[in-house]
Ligand binder design. Structure first.
Ligand code: GRG
Length: 296
């Protein structure tokens, strides 16, 4: 019997939480404050969308869930690091994240900087110390994939473009380029790493998954822009309305809210179409639905 999406996602969010709990250094281990701040920033919050995408892709490729759990944690650690750094005064300068004070507000800027650095290192330590593939070559390729997705040609590069774009009138292709890197690269890595834990992919299967990942990554960002404009702070758990306040180019500012919603629906449709003929892709489909229909 297949369980419904809510039960499936709740079980895997719980699994991810307990795995992260186990992999993060204990607060009794020195330096205690740094470890406390790392745990504060990772545990007990977040939708865990990227881990869920890794598990869903793993299911589509008949992967061992114990292996997928490791890549799910690694991607979530990179994501958590990016949020901690993004919230700092030198970047987005925010005080609220996941419904609580941001890491630098709670622990100070120097600790927040080190939290991000340490979470990033821990992600790669996890990937390098657990067997994730039957071949070392494939495992190295997986480590490289996450490194590339997180770095200057991926998420960090997208963030650099974002910081340089405040008050700048970007064209739609320029906005898309920024978001494919800032948000999309890590979402794509979550999908592909989950898949790589399983059976080898044919070229056609890889192309389908890759296109799915690109569409949901961009859809995630379009919806994020819409929520920033429409949803209240209490629902989001982070400060709403910041994009307009900071004069940032977004899908809403460039297209208007109605066209941004239509674009999100088109990306959703493309993501589902990409999975046509891909067996065991039900959870990936349901996650595409969730990403576009979410309210937080
Ligand atoms: C600092 C290198 C560096 C990168 C930062 C991801 C990012 C790049 C900045 C976050 C700012 C932001 C609002 C990006 C838009 C999309 C996004 C990643 C939202 C937050 O992700 P969710 O909604 O958060 O998955 P939760 O808390 O649910 O995990």
């Amino acid at each position: 019997m297949t369980i419904d999406f809510l039960s499936w996602s709740t079980a895997l969010q719980t699994r991810t939480e307990s795995a992260l709990e186990q992999h993060l250094p204990n607060t009794t281990t020195a330096p205690q404050t740094l470890h406390q701040a790392m745990r504060y920033s990772v545990l007990g919050g977040g939708k865990r969308v990227r881990p869920l995408l890794a598990f869903a892709a793993g299911e589509a490729c008949q992967a061992d869930p114990a292996r997928v759990e490791i890549v799910a944690c690694a991607v979530e650690l990179i994501h958590a690091y990016s949020l901690v750094h993004d919230d700092m005064p030198c970047m987005d300068d925010d005080v609220l994240r996941r419904g609580k004070p941001t890491c630098h507000v709670e622990f100070g800027e120097a600790t927040a900087l080190l939290v991000g650095d340490s979470l990033q290192s821990l992600a790669f330590e996890l990937l390098a110390t657990t067997t994730l593939s039957d071949t070392p070559t494939q495992q190295l390729a997986m480590i490289k994939l996450l490194a590339h997705a997180s770095g200057s040609r991926g998420m960090a590069g997208g963030q650099a473009i974002d910081l340089a774009s405040v008050g700048v009138a970007l064209s739609l292709p320029e906005l898309e380029f920024m978001h494919i890197h800032k948000t999309g690269a890590l979402i794509r890595a979550a999908v592909l790493l989950g898949a790589y834990c399983g059976k080898p992919l044919s070229e056609e299967q890889f192309a389908k998954l890759d296109h799915y990942a690109k569409c949901v990554g961009l859809a995630f960002q379009v919806v994020d822009d819409i929520l920033d404009a429409e949803a209240p702070t209490a629902t989001l758990g982070k400060t709403a309305g910041k994009d307009a306040e900071q004069n940032k180019p977004t899908y809403v500012s460039l297209m208007g809210i109605a066209a941004a919603k239509t674009f999100a629906q088109e990306l959703h449709r493309d993501a589902l179409d990409a999975l046509n003929g891909f067996d065991h892709s039900q959870r990936l489909r349901e996650l595409a639905d969730f990403i576009v229909q979410r309210s937080f």
